[in-house]
Design a binder for this molecule. Structure first.
Ligand code: HEC
Ligand code: HEC
Ligand code: HEC
Length: 216
């Protein structure tokens, strides 16, 4: 009996299987690599119903309310909201998934600045997502909070830098870690690690590292 299918077709299923595997692996790899928060979130800068330039408002902080540009057409949604009582529908930028427990108070009352998680919002004309807010990112700080901790008076000071601290005043107020050998009060300036290490010890900072800490 004549062979109905030519010989090469014997290999066809194998070829299809190999091709399929390569394509699937490629797609998985690409998705894994690119659809990470770093690519999908950082820089996210949605257009809001009313433009709100943080930089201008912060620069003019303390301005008198009578200076509000009451006829500016850009502010129409705000006027409409006032008349109708309907809130302005701002676009949410930062959103942790529902299976993650997150609490602002637990951070800003324990020496972590808004700037560590949102960047220098006071310098943003249009607000954007500045940090990845991925699990790895949360853990990076939870493992080494000393790289971020700052005095409680500087939490909302988005321009603060470690070398602004006067060592003598800092040490008088917070002390220095027990294992430090030299007198930090005599230093020219303090580093972030020195400030962070002191505060970590003084406030007994222990961010959760176990899964239940953030997935309750
Ligand atoms: C430890 C990190 C961290 C710190 C510190 C922090 N935030 Fe957040 N912030 C977040 C996360 C995470 C979310 C998303 C929360 C959610 O999904 O409900 C968020 C959400 C917000 C939002 C919601 C608006 C939106 O659309 O994104 C505002 C406003 C905000 N933070 C302001 C602040 C201010 C002001 C401070 C300082 C006083 C601050 N945050 C400090 C992590 C932080
Ligand atoms: C820049 C540093 C930093 C980042 C980023 C950060 N955390 Fe924290 N987290 C802390 C510190 C500091 C504490 C307080 C630890 C303490 O009180 O001893 C804390 C505490 C917590 C707690 C315990 C709160 C409680 O009520 O018991 C949870 C939960 C938590 N963080 C979740 C998160 C999640 C989720 C993220 C990422 C979206 C995140 N954190 C990002 C520093 C950080
Ligand atoms: C400091 C807080 C924190 C801790 C501790 C933590 N997670 Fe997460 N986890 C998160 C956040 C935030 C996300 C959401 C990430 C995102 O939206 O990009 C997440 C996402 C996840 C996801 C979803 C898949 C993914 O990769 O996005 C899984 C699964 C997960 N965590 C498992 C765990 C396990 C297992 C542990 C313990 C070994 C753990 N987590 C500890 C904060 C935490």
């Amino acid at each position: 009996m004549a062979n109905f299918f030519p010989r090469w077709t014997n290999w066809l299923p194998l070829k299809i299987a190999i091709c399929g595997t390569v394509v699937v692996c490629g797609l998985t790899g690409a998705t894994w690599y690119y659809i990470t928060p770093k690519y999908t979130r950082v820089g996210y800068q949605p257009i809001q119903p009313v433009p709100f330039p943080h930089d201008i408002h912060v620069a003019q902080l303390g301005m008198d309310c009578t200076q509000v540009q009451k006829d500016n057409p850009k502010l129409e949604p705000v006027r409409a909201s006032w008349k109708t009582g309907q809130p302005v529908e701002w676009v949410q930028l930062h959103r942790t998934p529902d299976y993650v427990y997150y609490n602002h108070a637990a951070h800003v009352n324990r020496g972590i600045s808004c700037a560590s998680c949102h960047g220098q919002v006071n310098r943003m004309g249009i607000m954007h997502h500045d940090k990845p807010h991925s699990m790895a990112w949360c853990l990076e700080c939870h493992r080494h909070p000393e790289n971020f901790l700052r005095p409680e008076t500087q939490i909302t000071n988005l321009d603060w830098k470690p070398d602004w601290e006067k060592p003598a005043e800092f040490v008088a107020k917070y002390g220095q870690p027990t294992e430090a050998t030299d007198d930090w009060a005599k230093k020219q300036k303090l580093t972030q690690e020195e400030i962070g290490q002191t505060l970590k010890e003084r406030w007994n900072i222990q961010p959760p590292l176990n899964c239940q800490g953030c997935h309750r």
